[in-house]
Design a protein around this ligand. Structure first.
Ligand code: 6PG
Length: 239
């Protein structure tokens, strides 16, 4: 499903309401596993949630994970964890023990393995694979999602849950979720805003030439929901 909002603020309010409702629906004896995406797009979502969903959401029921991380320390301005901490986590009463950060400061290969183990331990499985309740994903201008870039699209088909990756231009080491866990989630919400995303959004949504070579096009939860949240600018070229 594709939802287009007049403004990014409207999109953020919708996402906050959706998340809060899903958490509220979670039975008292279960956790809600929420996977955060990185980059800049989520900042407005996180600020909206911190401002307007702080007190009406039972954050003790929520476990927070990441779909990817840059291999930098937690206080580095590049860190997805740092961004989430500053815009969201330090503003909501979520127990520290419910926050499962990727250790960007660790060795990428061993951290990908460790994080796969952490997720396997703390996230309820379905058919033997951890099943996240809601996973946020972003969209890069080259069609990447999480840290799976067109240049390393093979990572999407890994049999591991998380893999080390590399940014094709900056060569920055990354840790990324793979298609194995992305497409096993109950709900995947791809959020793309702004004019710079309009071309790729239209290429994927309208299945224009080359669309199937973009990592984001491989996101199709087997038994779950796929929701695209766009604003007028990112949806501008959709036919
Ligand atoms: C990351 C993200 C990445 C991001 C896209 C979009 O670590 O950078 O997880 O997949 O979602 O690159 O980034 P922007 O939101 O900054 O455009």
């Amino acid at each position: 499903m594709v939802k287009i909002f007049p403004t990014t603020e409207d999109l953020a309010q919708y996402f906050g309401s959706l998340l809060s409702a899903r958490i509220c629906e979670t039975p008292a004896n279960r956790y809600f596993s929420w996977v955060l995406s990185g980059g800049n797009t989520p900042k407005m979502m996180f600020r909206e949630i911190a401002s307007n969903f702080r007190n009406n959401t039972d954050w003790h029921k929520v476990k927070v994970f990441w779909c990817d991380e840059r291999c930098v320390g937690p206080d580095n301005t590049e860190s997805n964890y740092r961004m989430a901490r500053e815009t969201l986590l330090k503003h909501i009463p979520i127990p520290a023990g419910n926050i499962f950060k990727i250790q960007g400061e660790a060795d990428p290969v061993s951290e990908a393995a460790r994080y796969s183990e952490v997720v396997s331990h703390y996230v309820n499985p379905n058919k033997g694979i951890p099943q996240f309740d809601l996973m946020m994903l972003g969209l890069g201008e080259d069609g990447h999602t999480a840290s799976i870039f067109p240049e390393n699209i093979h990572l999407f088909c890994s049999d591991k849950l998380f893999e080390p990756a590399e940014h094709p231009y900056t060569k920055q080491n990354r840790i990324t979720a793979t298609g194995k866990i992305i497409n096993h989630a109950k709900s995947v919400v791809i959020i793309a805003t702004g004019k710079s995303k309009a071309s790729k959004v239209a290429q994927v949504i309208n299945q224009r030439r080359g669309w199937d070579r973009l990592p984001v096009s491989l996101v199709h939860p087997e038994n779950g929901e796929l929701l695209w949240l766009l604003d007028q600018q990112s949806a501008f070229n959709i036919k």
